[in-house]
Design a protein around this ligand. Structure first.
Ligand code: XIL
Length: 374
């Protein structure tokens, strides 16, 4: 979604929206949280539009989660598309919701090459760090009471077209490999107690691309820690993909353990599953998705450094995976969409019915043995 579309959608959703998203009194107070936590947080990516328009989504969210991640609206471009005129109403609404329900909010994300406003990108690329400094100083303290973890740099790794394993982003072009350390220090100045993280994708599977990316991430983390940069953790996005085959249990476990031994915290930040074959029977599809999640979380949650799990949405109806796919885009034009036509890679279907993936997450959080997979 481009900045204009984002803004328009957002403005529509915001008419007369108070800071807590207007669902205060009746829902305030402690709510039953269905999922077991064992000291870990459980979250989902959300938008204010969804919280406003989908009571079923809100209900599931407060039942299952104690953490939200802004799916779109905390990204720099969504806040400051006009230089020097940041607009916080959407993130304020999400933070208000989190406060009201005693949740935390993940700080996703301060720097991402895909959502840096054009005006800032031009300045950064020419070697001007001031926009970054101002952005961090604006945003970080505003949410310091609800945000404990910041994704300071999103997706810094690129082993295919990058340089030394790092993406040739505008930040890299302006400041070289040192931009990551500099961003961490800039964030640290605004939030000395927060957990400052790098967040990335394709770190899970047993193939040469993911293996190279794991190696690059590990090397980057070691380098930053050797220089005493304030790196607190690594976010594993975990956009699982059934077309990639079974994920690499032993290799992934070793990777997490290597990061843990560096003293880092870990989070599963964007869990969902892209299906490989939607012609199968629905219950078989749901079992395959659940089995992938359960075997992934079985490894991830066996590591005590993993602090929490966030799914990238809750219901298939609102999954970002549908946006990229012709088949599901067409299905979404029918209201309500057929739950069968959509990718089924989130805990709830398009009508908010719990699927086996939801039970798989609960079992993994309780560290129960996996259900038999047909
Ligand atoms: C995605 C959102 O889900 C979409 O709505 C938006 O159009 C683009 O960004 N990795 C990330 C997330 O770190 O921020 C991305 O979120 C999905 C991939």
């Amino acid at each position: 979604m481009g900045p204009l579309a984002t803004r328009r959608k957002v403005l529509n959703g915001l008419v007369a929206m108070p800071a807590s998203l207007g669902i205060g009194a009746a829902m305030a107070g402690p709510l039953p949280r269905c999922l077991p936590r064992q000291g870990r947080y459980v979250g989902a990516a959300v938008t204010p539009e969804l919280l406003l328009s989908e009571p079923a989504f809100r209900r599931r969210l407060v039942e299952d989660c104690d953490c939200i991640t802004p799916e779109v609206h905390l990204k720099w471009e969504a806040i400051e598309w006009r230089p020097g005129k940041p607009w916080y109403a959407n993130v304020d609404a999400l933070a208000g919701f989190a406060r009201l329900h005693g949740m935390q909010m993940r700080g996703h994300t301060l720097l991402w090459h895909r959502t840096t406003p054009a005006w800032a990108a031009a300045r950064i690329e020419s070697g001007d760090w001031a926009p970054v400094e101002r952005h961090f100083a604006n945003v970080i303290p505003r949410y310091s009471d609800v945000v404990r973890e910041w994704d300071v740099v999103n997706e810094p790794i690129d082993t295919e077209n990058g340089e030394g394993g790092l993406r040739r982003s505008v930040f890299h072009k302006g400041f070289g490999a040192g931009y990551i350390e500099r961003a961490l220090w800039t964030a640290h100045a605004a939030a000395p107690a927060a957990r400052l993280m790098l967040n990335d994708y394709s770190l899970e599977y047993d193939n040469p691309v993911d293996e190279a990316r794991r190696t690059a991430m590990l090397k980057l983390a070691e380098h930053l820690l050797a220089r005493r940069a304030p790196l607190g953790g690594i976010g594993i996005q975990a956009h699982l993909d059934l077309a990639k085959g079974r994920f690499s249990q032993p290799r992934f476990a070793r990777f997490l353990e290597e990061l843990r031994q560096l003293g880092l915290h870990l989070s599963i930040t964007e869990l969902d599953v892209r299906e490989a074959d939607r012609r199968l029977a629905v219950d078989q599809r749901d079992r395959l998705v659940a089995a992938e999640v359960e075997s992934f979380l079985g490894v991830a949650l066996a590591n005590p450094a993993v602090a929490g799990v966030v799914t990238w949405g809750l219901s298939d109806r609102h999954s970002w995976l549908q946006q990229e796919d012709d088949q599901t885009r067409a299905a979404l034009l029918v209201s309500p969409p057929s739950p069968v036509a959509l990718n089924r890679g989130l805990p709830y279907d398009a009508r908010f019915a719990a699927k086996p993936m939801q039970q798989a997450i609960a079992r993994a959080l309780r560290a129960e043995p996996a259900a038999a997979v047909a």
